[in-house]
Design a protein around this ligand. Structure first.
Ligand code: 26W
Length: 820
C-alpha cells in the first residue's frame, strides 16, 4: 500500500503511479479517462518535482548553514532542453516511471515528447550554460544559474517552400511545471534620469542617481538535480513586472489606461529572447535586458549576505560571479554602484571586491559579434553607470600609461571607450578590466584571444588568462538520448563511466572484438532507424538506415560553412549524372539549424539546401545513392535523436572562427567520426582520438590569416578548378530552382568575388577528404572500430572536467555533500 508520504517521495513504480493519479486529480483537474497525454505529462512532471523538493530545500540550507562560497553563473541564455527525461535519469527512476505509466496505459516516450522545451538560448553559449549547471550539481558544487525568464524563447522554425519562417515560441502557454514563482523575492530596477553630485554629512563627495523609470524583477526558480547525488541546485530566472506603486497608485480616472499601458511597457523587458547569434546590433532593449537581470542577481547576492549576517566586505569570499560572454558585463559597473553609491564603500575597496569576484569567459573572436554600445544610448538608459565606467577607465588608463610610457596608441586601443567613428562603450574591455580571470573556450581559441582582440590586456596581465576547453554532459547527451549505447556501456564498464568518463578509455580494449563491434553497429543502426522515422514524419523524405549518415547541425552561418557541404553534395550529384556507373557508397546528407531572422545569406543557404534536396531526392538517376534532408526546427529535443544516429560529424568552419564548438563533442561521444578543420575544440578532439581516426582537411588558422594578408582572390580557385566552376554555374544558373537564376545569385556572387570565409580555398581539400571518408566507410569493421575509439576517447569533453577546472583555477569552490 502507498502511504501519504510515498505519494510525494516514493521512488517505486507503485508510488509513482499513485502520485501521477494524485496530481492528475488535484493539480491538473482531470479524470484519468479523459486526460490527454499532455495532462499525464504535467502530472508526472509535478510528481517528479515533488521528489526533488526535499533535496532542493536541503541543498540551499546546507550551503547557507556552512557559509559556503557559491558560483553564480550569469548568463543571458540557458538552453535547458526538456527537463523531465533528464530528471528521471539523474534521480535513477526512469524504469520506475516507465512502469508506472505503463500501468496507466501510457508509454513514457510518448509522454516525454509532450514537453515543450524551454528554448531560452540561441545555440552553443546557452546550451553550454545548461551543461555546466548539470555538472555543478552532479559534482556537488554550490552554484546558482542567474538569467532571464523570457516569455518567448528562440523562435520555432518552419520550412515553407524551402524558406525558413519564424513562429513565436509560446513555451509557457500550457504552464511550466518545473518552475516555482517566488513573488516575495524581487528587486527594483531603475532606468534613465540623471545624477546629482553632493556632499554627505561627513563631507565626502557622493553621487545620487535620480532615475525616471522603474520595474520590478521577480524570481522564478527551477531545480537542477545532480546525477546520483542529493545536491539539487537552483536556476533563478528574473521576470519583469510593473511596479504597482509607481503606475497605479496615483492614477485618476483619465490616467487609468495610460497606467495599464505603462505596465505593458515594463513587462516588455523580458518578453523575448533576441534571436541573433553573432552580430551585436546595438538594440536598446537588449541592453535593458542585460542590466535588468544583472542588477537583480547582484542585489540577490547582497541580500543573501545580509541574511547570513556576513559583512559586505566578504562578498568575494562568498561569491564567484562568472560572466558568460559580455552580455552580463554591465555587472562590473553595477557592483561598483551598489558598493560605492549605496553602501558608501570607498572606490579602491569596492574595486578590489569587484575584481576578486568576477571572471569573464569569451565565446567569440568575430569582430561583428563583439558588443559595443553607442554612448548616447548608454547615457540615456544608464547615466550613472556611464560615469562609473569613465572613472574605471581613467584609473585603468593611468595604470597603462605607467606600465607603457609614451604609448598613446596602446592607450587608445585599450580604452573602455572606442573612438573610431561614433563613440562606444566596449563591453569586452569592461569585462576584462573588471575580472581577475579571463578565459577562452578551447586551446586554440584562447591562444588567438591572447594574440588578437585581448593582446594588449594579455601583455599587461598575463597571469589573469587561462584556457577552459568546453565540455558537454554525458547524462543528457548519452545516457538519456542514446539508451542503447548506455546499456552496452553499463554492461561493459559498469555505471561509473557516467561520472568518471575517463573510464570510457577501457573501450579501447574492445574496439577490435567482432562481437563487440557487432553490438556497437546494431545500436547505431537502431538509432539511425529512429532518426529516419522522425525525418520521414517531419519532411516526407525516406532515408535508408543502412546508408552513411553525414550530419551537420548547428546555427546557419557563413563561417560554419554549410555551403561548403553543399558544394560537395552538388559535386557528387554531377559526378553521378555524368557517370552513372560510378561506385559511390550511398549517403544521407542531413542538415539542421536556425538562421537569424535578419541574416540574408544564412536564409539563402537554407533555401539552397532545400532546393538541392528536392532536386536530388526526386531524381532516380541519383536518389539510390544520395539523399538530402533538412530537419526543421533543430532544438535540444530533436538533438536527442540526431547525435546518436550520426556516422559522420561535419565540423568544417573556417579555421580560427569557431571558438570551440560543442556539437562536435556530442557527436564524438556518440561514436561519430569527424570530418573537420583545425578549428576550436576540433584540434583537441583530434589529439584525443588520434589523427588516424579523424578526417582532417583545410587551411590552418595561421594559413587563413596569411592568405587574407597576401590578398585572397577566390576567382583564381574558380579559374583553376573545372569541377568547382561547373558546380557554381549549375547553382547560379537555376538548376536547383526551376530555372530561377536570381535566387542563388547572391550566394554564388559572394563566393566568387568576396568569399570572406575561404570556402573556395578549402573546396578541393574537402572533396579529397570526403573521398577518404568513402573508402573508409566501405570497410565496416574498421569504421566500427574507429567509431568505438571516438566514444572511448571522448572523456576529456565531459563538462565535469571543464567545471572542475573552473572550480579549481577561477572560482576557488569545493564540493559539499548534501545529506539525505
Ligand atoms: C549580441 C548577440 C550575440 C548573441 C550570442 C552575440 C554572440 C553570441 C554568442 C557568443 C554566440 C555563441 O553562442 N558562441 C558560441 O559559444 C559556444 C560555447 O562556448 C562555442 O562552442 C561556439 O564555438 C561559439 O560560437
Amino acid at each position: 500500500s502507498v502511504t501519504a508520504s510515498d505519494v510525494r517521495l516514493g521512488m517505486q513504480a507503485s508510488a509513482l503511479t499513485q502520485a501521477v493519479l494524485d496530481h492528475l486529480h488535484y493539480s491538473v483537474g482531470r479524470l484519468p479517462s479523459v486526460a490527454s497525454p499532455h495532462d499525464y505529462y504535467r502530472a508526472l512532471a509535478l510528481a517528479i518535482r515533488d521528489r526533488m523538493e526535499y533535496r532542493w530545500i536541503n541543498t540551499t540550507q546546507t550551503y547557507f548553514d556552512l557559509n559556503r562560497k557559491v558560483a553564480c553563473y550569469l548568463s543571458a541564455e540557458f538552453l535547458m532542453g526538456p527537463h523531465l527525461g533528464n530528471n528521471l535519469v539523474n534521480l535513477h527512476i526512469e524504469q520506475e516511471a516507465r512502469n508506472a505509466l505503463a500501468t496507466l496505459g501510457h508509454d513514457l516516450d510518448d509522454i516525454l515528447a509532450c514537453e515543450k522545451e524551454p528554448g531560452l538560448g540561441n545555440g552553443g553559449l546557452g546550451r553550454l550554460a545548461a551543461c555546466y549547471l548539470d555538472s555543478l550539481a552532479t559534482l556537488q558544487c554550490p552554484a546558482v544559474g542567474y538569467g532571464i525568464r523570457y516569455e518567448f524563447g528562440i523562435f520555432e522554425q518552419e520550412i515553407r517552400d524551402g524558406w525558413q519562417t519564424e513562429i513565436t515560441d509560446k513555451w509557457l502557454r500550457r504552464g511550466n511545471p518545473w518552475e516555482i514563482a517566488k513573488p516575495d523575492t524581487f528587486y527594483y530596477v531603475n532606468w534613465g534620469g540623471h545624477t546629482e553630485h553632493y556632499q554627505d554629512e561627513v563631507g565626502c563627495q557622493r553621487v545620487r542617481w535620480i532615475p525616471d523609470r522603474m520595474v520590478k524583477g521577480v524570481a522564478y526558480d527551477t531545480p537542477i538535480q545532480g546525477y546520483g547525488v542529493n545536491t539539487c541546485n537552483t536556476l533563478r530566472l528574473w521576470s519583469a513586472e510593473a511596479v504597482e506603486s509607481f503606475d497605479f497608485q496615483a492614477f485618476n480616472v483619465g490616467d487609468y489606461y495610460q497606467a495599464v499601458n505603462e505596465k505593458l511597457v515594463s513587462e516588455t523587458v523580458t518578453k523575448v529572447l533576441y534571436p541573433n547569434d553573432e552580430p551585436a546590433s546595438g538594440k536598446r532593449l537588449r541592453l535593458a535586458q542585460q542590466y535588468f537581470f544583472v542588477t537583480c542577481s547582484l542585489q540577490d547576492m547582497l541580500h543573501l549576505l545580509e541574511l547570513a549576517h556576513a559583512p559586505v566586505e566578504t562578498f568575494a569570499e562568498r561569491f564567484a560571479v562568472q560572466l558568460n560572454d559580455t552580455h552580463p558585463s554591465i555587472g562590473v559597473a553595477e557592483l561598483m554602484r551598489l558598493l560605492v553609491d549605496e553602501r558608501r564603500f570607498d572606490w579602491d575597496a569596492a574595486w578590489a571586491i569587484t575584481v576578486a569576484s568576477f571572471g569573464y569567459t569569451n565565446h567569440t573572436l568575430l569582430p561583428e559579434a563583439l558588443e559595443t554600445w553607442p554612448l548616447p544610448m548608454f547615457a540615456e538608459l544608464l547615466p550613472r553607470h556611464l560615469e562609473i565606467i569613465y572613472e574605471i577607465n581613467r584609473r585603468f588608463l593611468d595604470e597603462v600609461r605607467t606600465r607603457f610610457p609614451d604609448d598613446e596608441a596602446r592607450v587608445a586601443r585599450m580604452s573602455l571607450i572606442g573612438e573610431e567613428g561614433d563613440k562606444r562603450v566596449r563591453m569586452a574591455h569592461l569585462a576584462t578590466v573588471g575580472s581577475h580571470a579571463i578565459n577562452g573556450v578551447a586551446a586554440l581559441h584562447t591562444e588567438l584571444l591572447q594574440a588578437s582582440i585581448l593582446k594588449d590586456f594579455h601583455e599587461l596581465w598575463p597571469e589573469r588568462f587561462s584556457n577552459k576547453t568546453n565540455g558537454v554532459t554525458p547524462r543528457r547527451f548519452l545516457a538519456l538520448s542514446n539508451p542503447g549505447l548506455r546499456e552496452l556501456l553499463d554492461h561493459t564498464l559498469g555505471q561509473q563511466w557516467l561520472t568518471e568518463p575517463g573510464l570510457l578509455r577501457k573501450l579501447d580494449a574492445h574496439a577490435d572484438k567482432d562481437a563487440f563491434q557487432h553490438d556497437w553497429y546494431a545500436i547505431k543502426l537502431g538509432n539511425k532507424q529512429r532518426l529516419s522515422s522522425y525525418i520521414h514524419a517531419q519532411t516526407g523524405i525516406e532515408i535508408d538506415p543502412g546508408w552513411l549518415f553525414d550530419i551537420q547541425v548547428k546555427r546557419i552561418h557563413e563561417y560554419k560553412r554549410q555551403h561548403l557541404n553543399i558544394l560537395h553534395i552538388v559535386t557528387m550529384y554531377r559526378r553521378l549524372k555524368e557517370n552513372p556507373a560510378l561506385v559511390l557508397p550511398p549517403r544521407a546528407f542531413i542538415f539542421g539549424g536556425k538562421a537569424a531572422p535578419g541574416y540574408f545569406m544564412a536564409k539563402r543557404i537554407i533555401k539552397l539546401i532545400n532546393a538541392v534536396a528536392e532536386t536530388i531526392n526526386a531524381d532516380p538517376d541519383v536518389n539510390t545513392r544520395m539523399k538530402v534532408a533538412f530537419i526543421p526546427n533543430f532544438n535540444v529535443q530533436n538533438a536527442h535523436l540526431i547525435y546518436p544516429a550520426a556516422d559522420l560529424s561535419e565540423q568544417i568552419s573556417t579555421a580560427g572562427k569557431e571558438a570551440s564548438g560543442t556539437g562536435n563533442m556530442k557527436f564524438m561521444l556518440n561514436g561519430a567520426l569527424t570530418i573537420g578543420t583545425l578549428d576550436g575544440a576540433n584540434v583537441e578532439i583530434r589529439e584525443e582520438v588520434g589523427a588516424d581516426n579523424f578526417f582532417l582537411f583545410g587551411l590552418s588558422a595561421a594559413e587563413v590569416e596569411s592568405v587574407k594578408r597576401t590578398g585572397y582572390r577566390p576567382h583564381d580557385y574558380v579559374a583553376g578548378n573545372d569541377e568547382l566552376r561547373a558546380v557554381l554555374e549549375l547553382i547560379g544558373a537555376g538548376h536547383f530552382s526551376q530555372g530561377d537564376a536570381e535566387v542563388f545569385r547572391p550566394l554564388v556572387d559572394n563566393l566568387t568575388h568576396d568569399d570572406p570565409f575561404l570556402v573556395l580555398a578549402d573546396y578541393a581539400a574537402y572533396i579529397a577528404c570526403q573521398e577518404q571518408v568513402n573508402s573508409a566507410w566501405q570497410d565496416v569493421p574498421n569504421w566500427t572500430r574507429m567509431s568505438i575509439l571516438n566514444t572511448a576517447r571522448s572523456g576529456k569533453f565531459s563538462s565535469d572536467r571543464a567545471i572542475t577546472e573552473y572550480c579549481e583555477d577561477i572560482w576557488n569552490i569545493r564540493p559539499v555533500t548534501v545529506k539525505a
